[in-house]
Design a protein around this ligand. Structure first.
Ligand code: PHE
Length: 342
């Protein structure tokens, strides 16, 4: 039918001129609305005089034309929307500040550990690490704690199925290192330790210690005390009250407990210091001759001191954290407070 061919030609010509969605909408209205050109085409056809076949043909052509127009408009619409989206992307202002990616921060324990490592490095100590999974020999026997020794009761131990244990203290590093290096030497061994503890505000089954070991000729208690005092004043950035008590550990003789006055409550007592005003911070002593012998070192020629700094406890003191559980909680809201900007 000429009529519809003409209409379609006209339609495609108009469509070709469309530049945006508004243009397209105008074309749609022009041709397809209730009073549009297509609808108007009906007026030129006399339904009364036409034969049924003619009516049928007209109707079919009308529908074909309508469908062709609608399809062309939909397709053009899709194209236009795509280009529009693309042009919007290009309009992004690249000079605007971007979104800040989330930044990690160091765990307070890591901060304190590296701080202490630096202090000991300046005193000629080297940093080494042992194993978290240890055997009975290095964790106990070589430290002068034979089987059935009551001291084993002091440290409730996690035993593994294969007979190994999770080390209960970093002292397990002592004899391992003695086997490898000849004195004189100075080492610190920071690391994670495990004890079968019921967890509360001041007990964890997983905690950190920092072991120190110095072996040389004529090392005495005076050296031990000097190093400990120097360390603590640098850690806390002020003078802290300390007290020394005799302490028993099978691998040192004499052995001491070095306590500091609780920095959280300042003395009156709180949950961290178990209401005593003092916090056990640093067990230490002179390396027992038997331990030196286990390490292949002659105790008549060499002496040494050792200490086991409770790193986790020190972190709590340093930052005023009163609940030990926070440190292993992985709670970033807590962790981030200690190193807001790395
Ligand atoms: N290893 C002991 C403990 O964890 C601490 C300690 C270390 C004591 C070194 C004396 C010397 O309890």
């Amino acid at each position: 039918m000429d009529l519809f061919d003409r209409l379609l030609t006209e339609f495609h010509a108009s469509l070709a001129k469309v530049r945006n969605l508004q243009d397209l909408e105008a074309v749609r209205t022009q041709f397809l609305s209730r009073k549009g050109l297509l609808a108007e085409s009906r007026k030129g056809f006399s339904f009364q005089t036409a034969s049924p076949d003619e009516r049928k043909e007209f109707g079919a052509s009308f529908n074909d034309a309508k469908a062709a127009m609608e399809e062309a408009i939909e397709k053009r619409k899709g194209d236009l929307e795509r280009t529009e989206r693309r042009s919007q992307i290009r309009e992004v202002d690249i000079t605007l500040p971007g979104e800040r990616p989330a930044r990690g921060s160091l765990h307070p324990l890591t901060i304190v550990q590296s701080f202490i490592e630096d202090i000991f490095a300046s005193l000629g100590f080297r940093v080494a690490e042992g194993f978290e999974i240890e055997n009975d020999y290095y964790n106990f026997i070589a430290l002068n704690i034979p089987e059935d020794h009551p001291a084993r009761e002091m440290q409730d131990t996690f035993w593994l199925d294969n007979g190994m244990i999770l080390r209960t203290h970093t002292s397990a590093c002592q004899v391992r290192m003695m086997e490898q290096v000849k004195p004189p030497f100075r080492f610190i061994f920071p690391g994670r330790c495990f004890r079968y503890e019921t967890i509360d505000a001041s007990h964890e089954n997983t905690f950190y210690q920092l072991e120190g070991l110095m072996v040389d000729r004529n090392v005495t208690v005076a050296h031990l005390i000097a190093v400990m005092k120097g360390l603590l004043s640098r850690v806390f950035g002020r003078d802290v009250m300390v007290r020394l008590r005799p302490g028993y550990f099978p691998f040192v003789e004499p052995g001491f407990e070095l306590d500091i006055q609780c920095l959280i409550c300042g003395g009156p007592g709180c949950s961290t210091c178990k209401h005593s005003g003092w916090v056990e911070l640093l067990p230490c002593g002179m390396v027992h001759p038997n331990v030196l012998r286990f390490g292949g070192i002659d105790p008549d020629e060499w002496t040494g001191f050792a200490f086991g700094l409770g790193l986790t406890r020190l972190v709590m003191m340093r930052y005023g954290i009163s609940d030990i559980r926070v440190l292993n909680s992985g709670d970033l809201r807590v962790m981030k407070q200690f190193a807001p900007s790395l």
